[in-house]
Design a protein around this ligand. Structure first.
Ligand SMILES: Cc1cc2nc3c(=O)[nH]c(=O)nc-3n(C[C@H](O)[C@H](O)[C@H](O)COP(=O)(O)OP(=O)(O)OC[C@H]3O[C@@H](n4cnc5c(N)ncnc54)[C@H](O)[C@@H]3O)c2cc1C
Length: 423
């Protein structure tokens, strides 16, 4: 993709202004933050609000990574059902994490309100839709677990889901009232604006090429100068390069692609009329939502294949026709994909890579609330809170076995899935 081309529909349509600021020469700060996505920007916002001198260094532009390309579902939890989180983290830490994540959509929407971030926010929940009877059984179990914890989720029958989605193809669904949708690039740019107003500095088009330690401080080398800092936060996640050896090896990288239709006007008013975002229970899941301009946005796991009349477009046409035959022919105005960092245990991790150098990584496709939460927690850590206040325990880097093989396998399997579902 040419460098100046929009990276997603959200990049084209976000009402928040683009942040543009370079770096000229060397400087000193409290915290150097590598990466201008939700994690880096939230660290900068909360750090600056706590009186720290924060400098974000972003290789491309704000929201260039997953933050400007995602589906925009503001989720209240992980992919894993609550019981699995307890099994992996233990009862106490697991319960604390579930509780923290459950409160995060409200926190994100409060930030949006507080800083008047223009990002098409809707707060009508999200629907996890059952693609099969077995999928519905799984949702029923999840609903029970959530309801036992007092979470505001409803298990919906097929008829109710048909009313809320405009299609009778689902076997039921789980409506999470805590969740909602945003234009994610709008949110990223809005966080950048809020962080800058709080005193943080954001430099774009500045790739960090080396991190070294001298006299108890970090030297953060870029092509445009060196930043000296007490702390470094790496918020590079699924877009990590080789800056820190071994970091990329801790997750399997998968793609997720989306296509957006032209604005459909009244033709699509019956589809998701309350504007919930939706994904389904299929292991190779698909997502569906609307934007503020009446577009439908449909996506699934894998990369975009082909151009105007390529495979992904055929997949999108076929799936919209299957769900909403009454729509007729639709034109698509955008197709894009992004990278997701998947960890073997489906949990995100936080690593202390060296003294004063932290990185959260592996959000497994759930980063709007997670990135905001980790940024806030890391800002807290840097301003004096202990590591025990972080959402998950600090762990050492652990490489994924056969990572390259797995990445290739998923890429091929998702492409085959698109092909099969295009006929
Ligand atoms: C297609 C897709 C759909 C998704 N859907 C959802 C969803 O609906 N809901 C949800 O909550 N999450 C979703 N996610 C996940 C979410 O988008 C990510 O978890 C989140 O954006 C990660 O934010 P981040 O700030 O940690 O990293 P990113 O936003 O990926 O930012 C990393 C940044 O680091 C920069 N960088 C890398 N190396 C360097 C370097 N050496 N120097 C300087 N800068 C560097 C990159 O340019 C990039 O901008 C989705 C992800 C994708 C890709």
């Amino acid at each position: 993709m040419p460098e100046n081309e929009a990276i997603s529909l959200w990049d084209m349509s976000a009402a928040e202004p683009v942040h543009d600021g370079g770096l000229d020469g060397d400087l000193t700060c409290d915290v150097a933050i590598v990466g201008g996505g939700f994690t880096g920007l939230s660290t900068a916002l909360h750090g600056a609000e706590a009186g720290m001198n924060c400098q974000v260094l972003e290789a491309q532009h704000v929201g260039y990574g997953g933050s400007g390309r995602n589906v925009g579902l503001v989720n209240a939890g992980l992919w894993l059902p609550p019981q699995d989180v307890h099994d992996r983290l233990g009862k106490a830490k697991g319960s604390e994490l579930i509780d923290r994540l459950g409160k995060m959509p409200e926190y994100v929407f409060d930030l949006i309100e507080k800083h008047q971030i223009q990002c098409e926010a809707t707060r009508t929940g999200t629907i996890h839709a059952a693609h099969s009877a077995k999928g519905f059984d799984d949702l029923a179990r999840r609903a029970q677990e959530w309801q036992r914890l007092g979470a505001p989720v409803d298990l919906l029958g097929a008829e109710e889901v048909a009313r809320k989605t405009g299609t009778s193809k689902f076997f039921g669904g789980l409506l999470d009232h805590r969740a909602g949708t945003i234009n994610p690039m709008g949110y990223a740019r809005g966080l950048a604006r809020a962080a800058t107003s709080a005193g943080a500095k954001i430099s774009t088009g500045v790739r960090v090429t080396k991190l070294s330690r001298q006299g108890g401080l970090w030297k953060v080398k870029t092509g445009r100068g060196t930043v000296t800092a007490k702390y470094v936060v790496l918020g590079t996640n699924a877009y990590s390069d080789d800056l820190w050896p071994g970091l990329r090896q801790t997750y399997t990288m998968i793609h997720f692609f989306q296509l957006s239709t032209e604005p459909l006007g009244d033709r699509a008013n019956h589809i998701l009329p309350e504007r919930q975002g939706l994904w389904d229970t299929n292991p190779i899941m698909f997502s569906l939502r609307r934007d503020a301009f009446g577009r439908l946005i449909i996506g699934s796991m894998g990369a975009v294949h082909g151009g105007k009349h390529g495979l992904s477009r055929r997949w999108a046409e076929k799936n919209l026709a299957r769900l909403f035959p009454e729509l007729g022919k639709v034109e698509f105005d955008n197709a894009w994909h992004g990278q997701i960092a998947m960890t073997p245990d489906h949990l995100f991790h936080i690593h202390r890579l060296a003294d004063g150098l932290y990185t959260p990584v592996g959000y497994n496709g759930r980063g709007i609330t997670t990135g905001t939460m980790f940024g806030k927690a890391l800002a807290g850590l840097i301003t004096g809170a202990g590591e025990d206040t972080l959402p998950v325990p600090v762990t050492p880097l652990e490489p994924v076995s056969n990572r390259t093989l797995k990445t290739r396998f998923y890429h091929t399997a998702f492409a085959a899935n698109q092909l099969i579902k295009s006929f």
